[in-house]
Design a protein around this ligand. Structure first.
Ligand SMILES: [Zn+2]
Length: 116
């Protein structure tokens, strides 16, 4: 008799199909902004070749369009990172404390991306 091992299942993807990916991403920014008590002046989603997100000193948050295709954990990481810059311009101690509080796995995710 032969015991056949079943193949491991591919990792379940949490990505859900949506008709309005940009709007959905912006909505996530709004939800996080309330949670983090920050108030971005403008949230833009556009093509960004070298970065996933940025935050200007004038309070504009810009996110890369292809962030829409990433899983939610990664999206949250980028969103929280940029929103926290509205309060903390540098990646100082408080910035890191709050990142850990809201996105516990952020250090792992950080290895993959380029943010400002
Ligand atoms: Zn940054």
């Amino acid at each position: 008799m032969m015991l056949v091992r079943s193949q491991p299942r591919p990792q379940a993807r949490r990505k859900t199909y949506t008709l309005y990916p940009v709007q959905d991403l912006k909505h996530k920014v709004d939800v996080w902004a309330v949670k983090l008590r920050v108030n971005p002046k403008l949230v833009r989603v556009q093509e960004m070749r070298r970065k996933w997100g940025s935050c200007s000193s004038a309070g504009t948050i810009t996110l890369a369009r292809d962030l829409c295709d990433k899983d939610e954990g990664f999206q949250n990481y980028v969103i929280v990172h940029e929103l926290l810059h509205l309060r903390y311009p540098t990646h100082g101690r408080m910035f890191k404390v709050l990142m850990t509080m809201h996105v516990p796995g952020w250090r792992e995710l950080e290895k993959k991306l380029s943010l400002r």
